[in-house]
Design a protein around this ligand. Sequence first.
Ligand code: BGC
Length: 829
Amino acid sequence: MMPATFDVEKVLTNISEQDKIALLSGIDFWHTHPIPEFNVPSIRATDGPNGIRGTKFFAGIPAACLPCGTALGATWDRDLIYQAGRLLGDECIAKGAHCWLGPTINMPRSPLGGRGFESFAEDPHLSGILGKSIILGAESKGIISTVKHFVGNDQEHERRAVDVLVTQRALREIYLRPFQIVARDAKPSALMTSYNKINGKHVVEDARMLNLIREEWKWNPLVMSDWYGTYTTIDSMNAGLDLEMPGPSRYRGKYIESAVQARLIKQSTIDARARKVLEFVRKASQVEVSEVERGRDSQTDRALNRKICANSIVLLKNEDILPLPKGIKKLALIGSHMKTPAISGGGSASLEPYYSVSLYEACREANPNADLLYEVGSYAHKMLPVIDRLLTNAVIHFYNEPTGKKRRLISTEPISTTAFQFMDYNAPGLNRELFWATLSGQFMPDASGLWDFGLSVFGTANLYIDDELVINNTTNQTRGTAFFGKGTIEELGSKELVAGTTYKIRIEFGSANTTTMKSVGMVNFGGGAANLGACLRMDQDKMIENAVKIATEADYAIICTGLNKDWESEGFDRTHMDLPPGVDRLISKVLKVAADKTVIVNQSGTPVTLPWADQARCIVQAWYGGNETGHGIADVLFGDVNPCAKLPLSWPVDVRHNPAYLNYASVGGRVLYGEDIYGGYRFYEKTGRKVLFPFGHGLSYTTFEVSSTVTVAPQIFNMDCPAVATVQIKNTGKMAGAEVLQLYISAPESPTPRPNKELHGFEKVFLQPGEEKTVDIQLDRYATSFWDEIEDMWKSEQGTYEMLIGTSSQEVVARGNFQVDRTIYWLGL
Ligand code: BGC
């Protein structure tokens, strides 16, 4: 699509009132309203945040899948995240999109948050700086970022209804801070409002919140609602919401016309919102995007994605095991994630990847001559794994009638897996409100025995194998967590099957509105969805026994397990922090016999309980790693990449220790942010509570020495030209590597309580063996200020501030200080 040229004011003056109003909502799931007579094109937005899915949830064009937000956070690497933004920009262009819906810069208050994996970090400074980097990267390709979700969408439970009760101080210092940083440093051209309320009002219709960004921060992005997150006509218009998404409109259009006639919305308000949409369209359309949605999987992108993944892997513990030597003869590969990597969390972040590399495949590449022994050890799925590689000739037929002679075929789509979501699917003649579909295909099991099948649905569905009803999920439906919380639980059935035999598999599906469940407080994406999984039933004890046997026999063992997109997803929060049932027992049993040669690799987007951590000698945190998951992990395990990532989240010993433990789910319609400004490490440090691994922790294969003093210049803090801290660092080991120097500020004693320390700067330094560097770390004006609730302003208080350089939040290696010579109040950025 060619860049559009039009004069916003001229268009505004000359278009019809209907067009003006039509600009204020999407026309469908992903597009804005075009006005061809005036050269105003339709702009395409797409998810975000760890890849560019394009316009289709169902039968979409595959995409590059990047590591999840917390993995990107763990790199602490501005340049790499900028590169990630450029890659997303290129992917947008290929998908015909001008604007992506990301990054997510909400705060993972608790390890249980369903979307915690999407955000970068528990610390607002780190989150804001990496947010800025990815936005600038995408912008360098002409693509607009939509930073989200403004603000307080930090849990999934009742996300559209929950009233977040938070002090102004915590709101400013913790939850708004990442948005403030991107407003200051990147000024992205779009912002998405959150679903929730803040202190009694939905953000999407709260003029105070939306004026804050425009008037106080002087940042004027297009403000769009989250999907189905516009709840009113008048209040959202008057508060400053420019664009209702998705379309067709539910609250605008004719309702706006009527509200204008009743003088409940001013003409000037409509003009202001339409002007903003036009400005956005003009800016967005400057990039030339592909006419057709296509993929673009190149070697350069693969290499970058692999580098990002490897650089996100955190070495949590290593007692003389890693890196593994080259030329291993016998390697035991154990675990649920060994052959099925977890590449992304669930919900709108998930997408169909170009490909994915498992750790098993990567170990084979790295050790072509080794004898690889494999055992799953323990299943770790929440829902049975979808059928894909054992499925052939699968198609879905769509109809407007459930059954009967009058049933007419509307469309047919090929499918390669037994999971589908129809929220944005349409075909000529299909009644989107109420339709039916039949999935049919051939299933050839690779093992004989009793197979378990599991079917969850948003809508209704029955499973037939060779025309025999195996699962009925049409009557007596029970609500579960799948499909953004709209789906049923997984209904189970089983059947004795013979390996190598072809079975006819059929799902009779009814769309969303055929559901028999009542929906409360959740987003209704329409269309419906279903997920069919299958797996050979195995004896748990036997599986563990087999794994222990190969671990004993081998020179080394790697266990790769963890969570996946069914455990961590948009739409619901986790109910506990534990690994899936059976996994801890597997790990403990293997460690009992082979701790001195076993590496544990955990894949999860946020912390999980590791009850065997003391027993283990080597623990690696591998997040959701995108297409290159297996390569990224193997590069670190076999020493091709020296681990250089640091935890962007504190890792509690026990879920009950986390700062939000008493105040997480929505109770009585509200959630109290009782930990106030003490989120993450601020909380653990203030309360003296031990964590398993602290924020900022991560080991390397080399060693670094940091000068014990920090020079700070100028000594007197100047708001317009804040101090620079200077330290020396040397790589004293034998391998090239990187250290992240973390700059924390500890404020002077004051009547207003402050955290023990707060991150206000960082620098990642790459060093060859023996190399030494002088490193400058720049502070910003936020470093000394807290939000004064009486004055409603930032306050930088007079006194001596300590500057701490850490290699984690707990490993302080150098100290210095500086003065603030007079107290200053300020507002703005
Ligand atoms: C999510 C957004 C996402 C949108 C479109 C919503 O459910 O909260 O983050 O961008 O859907 O998929």
